[in-house]
Design a protein around this ligand. Structure first.
Ligand code: HEC
Length: 146
């Protein structure tokens, strides 16, 4: 299972050759559609994030960040992104305990989460994509079973 996922992600990274495994064709186009349906309401139609996304709001929660070059999505490995999207996420310094980033594991399939991550990668600069690819390589080296 994990091996299959790693293989799928590797295939997407080498240029969308996982399309054959995608029932609806191009995973990036599919990921864009998933983004607009499930993510844009919080992260913005252009993935620009909420206004003042760097400052905690009145409740002491960090607002939805942008996913483009000005954000920090690109700093996370594929594993981390998959985890945040499937299980949800909150900044550890938020004053509340709730998952401000909702869990999509029961709503989106593994392939849909992989597709939306493939789409997010299109929003980064070449340097950010290269940085993130190195993060993946570091993570996969040594392959600790989880
Ligand atoms: C209800 C609003 C909401 C929706 C809908 C939502 N998010 Fe989020 N997301 C957030 C918030 C808020 C954060 C910031 C959490 C924090 O760091 O405290 C976040 C953080 C993230 C992060 C981590 C970014 C980083 O650099 O730390 C990723 C990745 C992400 N969201 C992806 C998605 C994707 C993909 C979808 C759609 C499948 C989605 N989000 C839908 C609110 C949302």
């Amino acid at each position: 299972m994990l091996r299959a996922m790693v293989f799928t992600m590797a295939a997407i990274m080498v240029g969308g050759s996982a399309a054959a495994a995608e029932p609806d064709g191009d995973p990036i186009a599919r990921g864009g559609a998933i983004y607009r349906e499930h993510c844009a309401s919080c992260h913005g139609a252009e993935a620009q994030g909420a206004p003042n996304w760097e400052e905690p709001n009145a409740a002491g929660e960090l607002p939805p960040p942008p996913h483009g070059p000005e954000g920090h999505t690109w700093r996370h490995s594929d594993d981390e992104l998959r985890h945040m999207i499937a299980k949800g996420w909150r900044d550890p310094f938020n004053r509340t305990q709730r998952l401000t980033m909702p869990a999509f594991g029961a709503i989106l399939s593994d392939a849909e989460i992989a597709a939306v991550i493939a789409y997010l990668k299109t929003l980064w600069t070449d340097e950010q994509r290269a940085f993130q690819a190195r993060r993946n390589a570091e993570k996969n080296a040594g392959e600790t079973p989880r």
